[in-house]
Design a protein around this ligand. Structure first.
Ligand code: C5P
Length: 243
């Protein structure tokens, strides 16, 4: 089967907790006002595929599985096969720095298992440079030059290798959209409605700005999860997006 189609609501609420009870409760609360939920390494390490299934059951929402795979091609292909078969994520992440052979093996594995099992193929997203790294950190790993150049290089590699898109800052989205053209998915964390605290996010855009810059999907965590009324906060974001 081909990759899943575009969602009406672009917002994925990040469920950043290892606690399956908290995750399912939050997912159920926001289910009517978001497009999907994001589960990451912390949740998956604690709860595995059965935990993801519980969140799916509680909310009936598409899952963004953010595990940032990075290993030899054969191992990553196996991991992609396993999660595509068991978890059926709407989209998932790999480290673009894993190289072309790893990314191509992942893309083939996702397509193969989706066809064999007649399930939708997950969208595969490359993670370029982690926002926790600056130029000095990159230089210490042997990568010289500007962070923005490395982001662009890795995004182009992801596209060349058959991935569907990348995760990027909303402030990088407009340039990447110009560089990589239409159709390549851009998924942005670092999104803050004007009424929410920035928290530890330093470079933020509002949901409307992120979409205007070319983002296809927005990852929003604490402005929803830490609101007194998460469902109302998610509704307010949907309204701001004209949904
Ligand atoms: O609470 P907040 O809206 O900041 O959550 C954003 C989510 O996106 C978190 O799950 C965070 O780990 C993730 N993320 C991020 N910045 C990146 C990549 C992922 O904030 N560069």
């Amino acid at each position: 089967m081909t990759a899943a189609t575009t969602l009406r609501n672009p917002v994925f609420c990040a469920l950043d907790t290892p606690d399956v009870g908290r995750a399912t409760a939050l997912a159920a609360k926001v289910a009517d006002a978001v497009g999907g939920v994001k589960l990451g390494l912390e949740f998956f390490s604690a709860n595995g595929p059965p935990g993801v299934a519980q969140v799916q059951k509680a909310s009936d929402l598409p899952i963004f599985l953010d595990l940032k795979f990075h290993d030899i091609p054969n191992t990553v292909a196996g991991a992609v096969r396993a999660v595509t078969a068991q978890v059926r994520p709407f989209m998932m992440t790999l480290m673009a720095s894993g190289g072309r052979a790893m990314l191509e093996a992942a893309a083939r594995a996702a397509a193969d298992v989706a066809r064999e099992r007649n399930v939708p193929r997950p969208l595969l997203l490359g993670v370029t440079v982690l926002t926790s790294l600056d130029g000095t950190d990159l230089a210490a790993t042997g990568v010289a030059g500007a962070v923005a150049d490395q982001v662009r290089r890795l995004a182009e590699l992801a596209k060349l290798s058959g991935l569907d898109g990348v995760v990027c800052s909303p402030l990088e989205a407009a340039q990447l959209r110009r560089d990589l053209g239409p159709g390549f998915k851009l998924v942005t964390p670092g999104v803050r409605p004007t009424w929410a605290e920035a928290g530890d996010q330093k470079r933020v855009s509002t949901p409307r700005e992120a979409v205007a810059a070319g983002a296809d999907y927005l990852v929003i965590g604490r402005p929803i999860s830490e609101a007194d009324d998460p469902a109302a906060a998610a509704q307010r974001i949907a309204l701001e997006l004209g949904l």
